[in-house]
Design a protein around this ligand. Sequence first.
Ligand code: GDD
Ligand code: MG
Length: 356
Amino acid sequence: MEAILLVGGKGSRLYPVTEHTPKPMVPTAGVPFLAHQLGRARAAGVGHVVLATSYLAEVFEPYFGDGADFGLRITYVHEAEPLGTGGAIRNAATALSCGPDEPVLVFNGDILTGLDIAALVEHHRVARADVSLHLTRVEDPSAFGLVPTDVAGRVLAFTEKPDCPEEIVTDQVNAGCYVFRRSVIATIPAGRPVSVERETFPGLLASGALLHGVVDQTYWLDLGRPAALIQASADLVRGVVPSPALPGRVGEYLILPGAHVDDGAKLLGGTVVGEGVHIAADAVVDGSIVLDGARIEAGAYVRSSLVGAGARVGSRTVLENAVIGDQAEIGGDNELLAGVRVRGRASIPDGAIRFS
Ligand code: GDD
Ligand code: MG
């Protein structure tokens, strides 16, 4: 089977993590997030993946090459100007080789899910749908595409990011994985930006097409925000959601080659420690991502945070739900809490930031 992966977004909600790295390439449980998605696609029987790239497109191919190392054939289709989700699907489809009636998988490039992909394709065949969509239920649907269905699963409407509370008629949202009949992709206009959510799906519904929704409540996370990305990494390390691409055994932590963790340091909660990292004695790192070459000094406490490559976290400094950019220098005895973000190369002196 063939799949299109949408990896062209700017990932602006993840800044500064995405300043030099597109969202799908951000290390998650030790490898670029995309490696987990490709591993799952392959396990579901996908043999050819088309990557629809735009923002920082040049970094994908050197890592994934022709896909052979990942057991796949990978083709790259680049958009000089971003074409939006629908335009990207249309553009990427030029690289597919399947016939017009065949199913084509399409994935948003920032979703971690335990979805049974093969089962979704089977539902699509049985329903003889034009497009099938994985749907999930969330507490606050307002940041997603709302997709009410009838009892048989027929999609009744598609409302992307509702403007007002009255539009929130369901807690079922678009989970960012579709099966398209290939010929349906050909109906998306070429050569201009198109949103699949705002234009293609509502247009298909208006023309009487059969959009079939499959509600599946397995593990699902959109990695669009730092807290979700950090959570996803920890869940991958602990095996809460399995991935064939995890570079090590499932456990409380994952230490990549060349890292040094001193005696008396404590790693837990699915923490991942990158190559060449140094974690000093009495530091505690819980449920966090520490990227290559970073230093966590003695007695520091890091929880649910991301520490960028080459950054330094000084002695006794506390980070909670913080994002530290690459090469940033955080002095000792600071407290960075509650979603604080520090840009790359920034420098914070000892004891400069305290909450209490
Ligand atoms: N190639 C390409 N070109 N890819 C793009 C472009 C583009 O112009 N714009 C966005 N993408 C990719 C992003 O990289 C991401 O993988 C995917 O399309 C979705 O874009 P996001 O920016 O992450 O959208 P979202 O999270 O706000 O909303 C989408 O996902 C939700 C589920 O997580 C929508 O599909 C919602 O309906 C859905 O509920
Ligand atoms: Mg997203």
